[in-house]
Design a protein around this ligand. Structure first.
Ligand code: ADP
Ligand code: MG
Length: 321
């Protein structure tokens, strides 16, 4: 079986595209990285633990993709341009087939966004993956959670609740349905909205990625910004599968509270609506206006008649921010 250094050489060293700003990559005590002038560094770390964030028998290609995708989604939510990553891997054993597959998923997404793996650590123990990503942005074009103001419109990209529905079907909590083909991709291979995040900076100052569910993540914006929000249920963007599920069950829990969609939730001030409408025609993903920021500290929801909507289901403790 290959030793630690052989594994590093074989699976990590040339795994991703070489960037000119990497003066020294994998193989020394530190990586040496050249920052572009006049940009600030955005840094984010996430850990995925086996049995908690994923099942131990999950497809390693999908896991490699998702581990990087959830981190790139954090960079996207700041409007940053991804550049580098480090990877701390704890593995029960040196399973080379598993590693090769994991790195295939990882490198596929890294290459798509020009990210170079520049270092990391490899140890033995219960399977766990810690990734740190680094990206660049201009200090005056940052998307922060604390920048929402009353009157701003609230937007979200893509569709909501698909990953949650896919998980519920996979775990047998909900029945498979006619429209659910392709949903598994939304759960296993989320697409970080990196380009959207960078383009938003022209019209938005406030953004978060939807990792914990729409209401929970909107609550983060409201709390940080000291504002409330009103969401119009009928405006939530739903895939055909989610429309079928919500229409059939009358239950809005998935689009409101399911996590793992990795869409961007952001605000646009009233005065920038027209400019935003113009740039949004060039986005690589659809965006939908779903409500408005208002004074207060509560996230309210209204139905198509403008009536207050109070979900029947328990477990909405993140309702109030
Ligand atoms: P050190 O003992 O100096 O920390 P290591 O033996 O841990 O060095 O790692 C040797 C080199 O391999 C370092 O450049 C490190 O960044 C890189 N490396 C180790 N594990 C990984 C990994 N999982 N992914 C990427 N690079 C790694
Ligand atoms: Mg080390």
């Amino acid at each position: 079986m290959a030793g630690e250094f052989e594994l590093i050489h074989r699976y990590f060293e040339a795994a991703t595209t070489a960037r000119p700003d990497v003066l020294l990559g994998i193989g020394d005590d530190c990586a040496l990285l050249q920052m572009p002038p006049d940009r600030v560094l955005a840094v984010s770390t996430d850990t995925l633990v086996s049995g908690r964030h994923f099942e131990p028998d999950v497809d390693p290609v999908a896991l490699g993709h998702k581990a990087l995708a959830v981190n790139l989604s954090d960079l996207a939510a700041m409007g940053a341009d991804p550049a580098w990553a480090t990877l701390a891997l704890t593995l029960p054993q040196a399973d080379e087939a598993w590693l090769a597959s994991f790195m295939k998923g990882f490198a596929g997404l890294a290459d798509a966004f020009g990210v170079q793996l520049v270092g990391g650590d490899t140890t033995r123990g219960p399977l766990s993956i810690t990734l740190t990503v680094f990206g660049f942005l201009s200090a005056d074009a940052v998307l922060r959670r604390d920048a929402a103001r009353p009157g701003d419109r609230v937007y979200v990209s893509g569709t909501l609740g698909d990953a949650g529905l896919a998980l519920a079907i996979r775990q047998g909590r909900l029945q498979d349905q006619q429209e659910s083909q392709g949903l598994g991709e939304r759960l296993d291979r989320p697409q970080p909205r990196v380009r959207l995040g960078q383009e938003l900076a022209a019209c938005s100052r406030c953004c978060v990625d939807v990792s914990d569910g729409l209401l929970a993540d909107l609550a983060h914006i409201c709390e940080r910004s000291g504002v409330g929000a009103v969401i119009e249920l009928e405006k939530l963007p739903l895939s055909p599968a989610l429309q079928q599920h919500v229409r059939g069950s009358g239950d809005w829990t998935l689009p409101l509270s399911a996590g793992d969609d990795y869409e961007l939730l952001f605000t646009v001030p009233e005065g920038l609506q027209e400019a935003f409408a113009r740039i949004s025609t060039g986005f690589d993903v659809a965006v939908s206006c779903i409500g408005r920021i208002e004074k207060g500290e509560r996230v309210r929801m209204i139905d198509s008649d403008g009536q207050a909507f109070e979900p029947k289901e328990a477990g909405y403790d993140h309702f109030r921010v």
